[in-house]
Design a protein around this ligand. Structure first.
Ligand SMILES: C[S@@+](CC[C@H](N)C(=O)[O-])C[C@H]1O[C@@H](n2cnc3c(N)ncnc32)[C@H](O)[C@@H]1O
Length: 289
């Protein structure tokens, strides 16, 4: 227990089950930055404590120092759980809905001049709502359940990817979708699955789920891509990390492809790589105007 000692920010520390010193928190910050690129703000101590405390309990360890020693010097099997515990996975179907209309317009334009198979990448797919929304938009555009579209959906967090691949959601997750979308793209659970929906297999067939760490310098991505969705993940990275990722996006994106960012993300610091088209959509800066 560290009750009685000052907290990391100088305030009295709350009574806690496990010893959690400022040095432990700084170690977590360093490790998650090195492994996932995530810059954890100094005010996230409580979040880190609550997300990792259950790992200490599960492993029967008495302190964060012991946990971090095991993480760094053990057989390596804890890294995945550590990273999964510290990612933030908030998402929803048709989040920032205007992007899916813009995606449809973009693909319609490209397909009118060149009938190539469309390739899209959802690079921070979380629990799958975003890539399934992309797939729905493409089915609607082509008015077909098997449009000429391949979607790569990736995330660093393997737990959310498993949820994404399963494609089963509680019914509330699709409440805001109109009746037509709910009927056309989801199957309603019955019996023990009452209250749940499953995305139709035709939609799942359009998507390949795989783990990709955006921090890595080599990605198993076959370009050229018609569009990349990289939404609400760059916000966790510092500018140099963002710049490196944007640099690696350029060669896999078609010269007339589009990059979609999250509502509060801006890549103006990488104006030599991407040019803003407004509404957090970007095109390659080397595309002739
Ligand atoms: C807030 S969610 C965004 C989900 C979705 N793109 C959206 O906008 O609704 C951020 C996702 O980024 C993933 N992530 C964090 N660091 C990552 C990294 N280094 N490489 C790939 N994905 C990462 C997290 O696991 C999480 O699922």
């Amino acid at each position: 227990m560290n009750g009685g000692r000052p907290g990391a920010a100088g305030a009295p520390a709350p009574q806690r089950e496990f010893a959690f010193e400022l040095a432990d928190f700084e170690r977590v910050r360093k490790l998650i930055y090195q492994h996932a690129g995530i810059s954890l703000s100094p005010i996230k101590q409580d979040m880190v404590y609550s997300r990792l405390a259950r790992r200490l309990r599960a492993l029967n360890l008495g302190s964060f120092a012991a946990y971090l020693d095991r993480l760094e010097h053990g057989n390596g099997d804890e890294w995945e759980t550590f990273v999964n515990a510290l990612t933030t996975n908030l998402t929803s179907f048709f989040r920032e809905a205007h992007h899916f209309d813009l995606l449809k317009q973009h693909i319609k334009k490209l397909h009118a001049v060149d009938r190539h198979p469309i390739k899209l990448w959802c690079s921070a797919a979380s629990t799958g709502e975003e890539p399934y929304s992309m797939a729905i938009a493409m089915c609607e555009l082509f008015n077909s359940e098997s449009p000429p579209v391949q979607i790569l959906a990736s995330d660093l967090d393997t737990a959310v990817l498993a949820t994404a691949a399963a494609g089963v959601y509680s019914q509330e997750r699709i409440e805001k979708l109109d009746d037509e979308r709910r009927r056309r793209f989801f199957l309603k659970g019955t019996g023990t699955r009452e209250g749940y929906v499953r995305v139709r297999p035709e939609l799942q067939k359009l998507i390949t789920f795989t783990q990709i760490n955006l921090l890595h310098t080599r990605w198993p991505v076959n370009g050229p891509l018609d569009a990349i969705f990289c939404r609400n993940v760059m916000i966790y990275f510092d500018k140099p990390t963002q710049y490196g990722i944007l640099q690696r996006f350029v060669p896999v994106l078609r010269s007339d492809g589009l990059l979609f960012a999250g509502h509060s993300e801006s890549f103006l610091h990488a104006a030599d790589l991407f040019r803003s088209l407004g509404r957090t959509v970007y095109e390659r800066a080397d595309r002739p105007r």
